[in-house]
Design a binder for this molecule. Structure first.
Ligand code: F6R
Length: 242
């Protein structure tokens, strides 16, 4: 695991964007695994700015997202479909039929398997972008999730629902379930880029960097089993690393 220390969230966003741009420049038909949430917002801003200024093209790229809330209308502004449209898809030349997110309505096992099969049929993810939850979740794989699992439906923990309530009117409006790529799905990616910013992530980042083996009580530790992981974290997120 390579850890790149940066000063602040802006630098984290720039560095992460550089890595994604480099991937797309080297492989114009790359498959990008994407994340939502507060952490990657600046990265998407950088990618859009680069697309406008330098013409990096997403015409041959395919994207697959990590997760989506269960039961949410893709047009709901709080859906991850809407997040991706407003932060990234609407501002670059990625064809509409080359971006995929989990289906929020079909919660069957068959549909989860279809998502994993789809990723496999694309040749797998070249670069998977991840954030990290305060409890170490990646995607919506909460502590206790089996580390080999594929895409599946999860019951969100109270701490995750509280952390995400900032986007909804109130905690009661945050969906209780979500569909997420499993840790097994994530580990199949060829390269993984995890970004973290802010003091509230310091404990999780410290546990991740010090982890020596996968432990399901701390899902991000599964990344210790992957050969090509880059962590870009800012000073506050690295503040508990000795
Ligand atoms: C989002 C996702 C989550 C977030 C994590 C951190 O697609 O899968 O694992 O990356 O909850 O969220 P933020 O960035 O909002 O702190």
């Amino acid at each position: 695991m390579q850890v790149i220390a940066v000063k602040d969230k802006n630098e984290m966003s720039r560095k992460a964007a550089e890595l994604i741009i480099e991937t797309v420049r080297q492989k114009p038909n790359a498959v990008l695994g994407l994340a939502t949430g507060g952490t990657p917002e600046g990265t998407y801003r950088e990618l859009v700015a680069d697309h406008r200024q330098n013409g990096t093209s997403y015409q041959q790229v395919t994207t697959v997202n990590l997760d989506e809330y269960a039961g949410i209308d893709p047009k709901d502004p709080n859906s991850y479909h809407a997040y991706m449209a407003s932060h990234f898809f609407n501002h670059v030349d990625l064809p509409e039929n080359q971006s995929y997110l989990p289906n929020s309505f079909d919660l069957s096992e068959k549909e989860s398997k279809r998502y994993d099969d789809l990723i496999a049929s694309l040749g797998g993810v070249d670069l998977q972008l991840l954030g990290i939850g305060r409890n170490g979740h990646i995607g919506f794989n909460e502590p206790g999730t089996p580390l080999t699992i594929g895409t599946h439906i999860v019951q969100l923990t109270d701490s995750t629902r509280k952390a995400n309530a900032r986007y909804f009117g109130s905690l009661s409006e945050v969906p209780e379930r979500a569909v997420t790529m499993g840790i097994g799905t994530i580990l199949k990616s060829k390269r993984i880029l995890l970004i973290a910013s802010g003091e509230e992530k310091a404990e999780a980042v410290s546990k991740l960097v010090h982890a020596s083996r996968p432990d399901s009580s701390f899902p991000a530790s599964a990344l210790t089993a992957h050969p090509d992981v880059t962590v870009i974290a800012d000073e506050p997120a690295l503040s508990l690393i000795s």
